[in-house]
Design a protein around this ligand. Structure first.
Ligand code: KIV
Length: 296
């Protein structure tokens, strides 16, 4: 049985519904973590949802309180949290450590841990060993891995073993060196057909959702309509069932430019920089600490 064949999610016994723009999420799930079954039910109801990345307990807690139902501990931690140039160097140990922190910092969100480059491509057995680490050591509720047809056998084996898997197709950043950068995918008939085959293959293998990254909006809409499991778009237009953004991009923490598909909802880099400058100036000028910040 795959996620799309599951019976409807149970609604919670008590508690006010978390709202997003005034709309309730998942029939008002408040007293337990969101599950893959809730996401399947949301697709059936035609209800959209938002996903963000998170890499630490504090930030994840803010998003959890804000009612973000799904948090991805993405291997984008490589360039957004750990100071690498790409996601390629990220290790399993790093993903376990970051995922465990995000799980500890949250109560309601479904936490998905990314399998980093080299942690699942060798064999389904290697994938299961590392997925089990994320579930047992970090406590995530699901894992994500990149690849369509090429990863289908691995997804099938993980799902059979009881691991909920989110697939990731279109632009797959772990292949940055093979792709020569981060080009938009699915342009032209052949590439569009390949994307559709990838989407069908991962759904058939049992993935509970599919990330579509950097794909023309019309193609992403077609793929979304052809699948029974939810699609999660990033740079894939408004026709997907859900959206994901890297939190540092959407909150204005990223240094330098962000991809054109990102909307910045805040300018945290400026807010934090201003706070740090003001603090340093007050220390230099002797106005901090004042009497109220000192013990008598
Ligand atoms: O690692 C990541 O953050 C991701 C999302 C951008 C989907 O894969």
């Amino acid at each position: 049985m795959n996620a799309s064949q599951l019976p409807p999610a149970q609604t919670p016994a008590a508690g006010a519904a978390p709202t997003s723009g005034g709309r309730s999420l998942y029939g008002g799930v408040t007293n337990r973590r969101v599950t893959v079954r809730d996401l399947a039910a949301a697709k059936r109801r035609g209800e959209r949802w938002a996903m963000l990345t998170a890499y630490d307990a504090l930030t994840a807690g803010v998003f959890d309180e804000a009612g973000i139902p799904v948090l991805l501990v993405g291997d984008s931690a490589g360039n957004c949290h750990l100071g690498y140039q790409t996601t390629v160097p990220v290790t399993m140990d790093e993903m376990v450590m970051l995922s465990a922190a995000v799980v500890r910092g949250t109560e309601r969100a479904l936490i998905i841990g990314d399998l980093p480059f080299g942690s699942y491509q060798e064999s389904p057995a290697q994938a299961l060993r590392n997925a089990a680490r994320l579930m047992k050591e970090a406590g995530v509720g699901a894992v994500k891995l990149e690849g369509g047809e090429r990863s289908a056998r691995t997804i099938e084996m993980l799902v059979e073993a009881g691991v909920p898997v989110m697939a990731h197709i279109g632009l797959t950043p772990q292949s940055v060196h093979a792709l020569g950068g981060y080009p938009v995918q699915g342009r032209g008939d052949e590439a569009a057909h390949k994307l559709q085959r990838d989407a069908k293959a991962v759904q058939q293998a049992g993935a509970f959702a599919v990330v579509l990254e950097a794909v023309p909006a019309e193609l992403a809409t077609q793929v979304t309509e052809s699948l029974s499991v939810p699609t999660v778009g990033i740079g894939a237009g408004a026709g997907c069932d859900a959206q994901v953004l890297v939190w540092t991009d959407m909150a204005g923490m990223t240094a330098g430019s962000v991809p054109s598909f990102v909307k910045q909802y805040a300018n945290l880099r400026k807010v934090l920089g201003d706070a740090a400058r003001e603090y340093a100036a007050e220390v230099l000028g002797g106005s901090f600490p004042a009497a109220e910040h000192s013990f008598k």
